[in-house]
Ligand binder design. Structure first.
Ligand code: PLP
Length: 455
């Protein structure tokens, strides 16, 4: 699609809609001269060049990529109206779009019923899930794996509940024996399971954890902020297909969080929280003297902790999902390419003399480290850092990221590496752009060159 054309159409449709209300004058205090704007805009765009090329396959670092052009157009078009999805009165059209996309997300996870809404981030979405969990299990703690996103420990502090980190196995997945031991103490009311950890993409054994839900009367919350959309590849044919177990088990959990601004092609400011039991809406109830005069049933402002929220986020997601629906052949095709890229690259790393695979990719994150002499954590750490820095400099740049692995985590995967430090940085590449698939050979060659240059 032609982005410039559709951005012009966005402005045109806004003018057409505005014109229907009759003429009005922009106040002189708001007027800006085009010449002056041009000057400032020049300075502005110059400053924006101080960014990494997230859009380009050269960028194989953090979970970052630009939104799909459809999301850009959807966001810009709605933003010109600037609806606020806090309340139905803030923007009926985008509030309805939000309900529709949330229903789509709930459907993707197989929820029979649901209550949910978009949030500005995965952090807020998880906070809301843990808030509801606390209300349902007052006085009890929350368990999450040692590899879970740091937000869970932090938000337990905010909510005044005790957080219990649980040990992980040699692939970074929650150890259910360790979890059960903790559950037997009776001190835990909610377990957070991660479907795709931020560091390595590890998927906790959600299917096996479901059995513990009944046995210990716990709540299960799934943090799928990064991994959620990989549900679309559960049981898919081809190398990108994922074991269905954990993904299908999400439907039997109590809540789930997914970030459309990570793998849903959206600009930042778009997370989502979905509850299986619509009754939890009661925990949000409050009296507001400011809003709500047209809606009878619970609306978005009544089921979220945030107040003002961009209706444009819902609009962008709605437009995107109409074009790239939540199916294996729609958005699933985008994730499949990244996953195939990760599998292919890790295979090549497996045959390398200068790079070693840290662990096989669970989703689309490749983790690896340079071969050093001696093979010791104290040598791997600076070598990883050197590759990161050297990669970004020079004529043929490549952008990767580092991840800190503890000595214990390293020993579980590579017992031959001397643990002469409490951990080491390794290299990590999130291949979340489908274009990466066509650049795997280049990526590998470039990283091998960097790893082979020892000084
Ligand atoms: C990114 C992420 C979060 C935090 O989400 P934000 O949108 O960055 O606030 C939480 N959990 C997991 C697993 C994540 O990957």
């Amino acid at each position: 699609m032609d982005l410039q054309h559709w951005l012009r159409e966005a402005a045109r449709s806004n003018q057409e809609w505005s014109a229907a209300f009759g003429p009005y004058e922009t106040h002189p205090s708001l007027r800006v001269d085009d010449g002056r704007f041009g000057e400032v805009f020049g300075e502005f765009t110059e400053r924006l060049k101080d960014n990494y090329p997230f859009f380009h396959p050269r960028y194989a670092g953090q979970m970052l990529k630009p939104p799909h052009p459809a999301a850009v157009v959807g966001y810009a078009t709605a933003m010109m109206i600037n609806p606020n999805n806090h309340a139905l009165d803030g923007g009926p059209a985008t509030a309805r779009m939000e309900r529709e996309v949330v229903a789509d997300l709930a459907g993707m996870f197989g929820f029979a019923a649901h209550l949910g809404h978009l949030t500005t981030s995965g952090t807020v979405a998880n906070l809301e899930a843990l808030f509801v969990a606390r209300e349902l299990h007052p006085g009890l703690g929350v368990a999450y794996s040692e590899e879970a996103h740091y937000t869970h420990g932090r938000m337990c502090g905010v909510l005044g509940v005790t957080g219990h980190p649980v040990a992980v196995d040699d692939r970074g997945r929650m150890d259910l024996d360790a979890l059960e031991e903790l559950l037997r103490t009776g001190r835990v009311g909610t377990v957070v399971l991660t479907a795709g950890t931020t560091g390595l993409g590890a998927i906790d054994p959600i299917d096996r954890a479901v059995a513990l839900r009944e046995k210990y009367g716990i709540r299960l919350h799934v943090d799928a902020a990064y991994g959620g959309f990989f549900t679309l590849l559960a049981g898919a044919a081809g190398p990108e297909g994922l074991a269905e177990g954990p993904w299908h088990a999400i439907a039997r959990c109590d809540s789930v969080v997914v970030d459309p601004h990570k793998h849903g092609l959206q600009p930042y400011g778009c997370g989502a929280v979905i509850f299986a039991d619509p009754e939890v809406g009661r925990f949000y109830l409050h009296d507001s003297p400011y809003t709500y005069f047209t809606s009878a049933e619970l609306h978005l402002g009544e089921i979220s902790l945030e107040c003002s929220r961009a209706g444009a986020s819902a609009a962008a997601l709605w437009l995107t999902l109409r074009l790239l629906p939540l199916t294996a052949g729609g958005l699933g095709g985008v994730l499949a390419a990244g996953r195939r890229a990760a599998l292919r690259w890790s295979e090549m790393i497996g045959g390398s003399e200068v790079l070693k695979l840290y662990q096989p990719p669970e989703l689309d994150i490749v983790s690896y480290y340079p071969v050093t002499d001696p093979a010791a954590l104290s040598a791997i750490d600076p070598a990883s850092e050197r590759i990161l820095q050297r990669g970004m400099a020079g004529e043929d740049p490549v952008f990767v990221s580092t991840l800190r692995a503890s000595d214990r985590a390293f020993a579980a995967r590579h017992p031959g590496v001397t643990a002469d430090a409490d951990g080491a940085r390794i290299l990590r590449s999130a291949l979340m752009k489908p274009e990466s698939e066509g650049r795997v050979e280049w990526l590998h060659t470039r990283l091998e060159e960097l790893a082979a240059t020892r000084t």
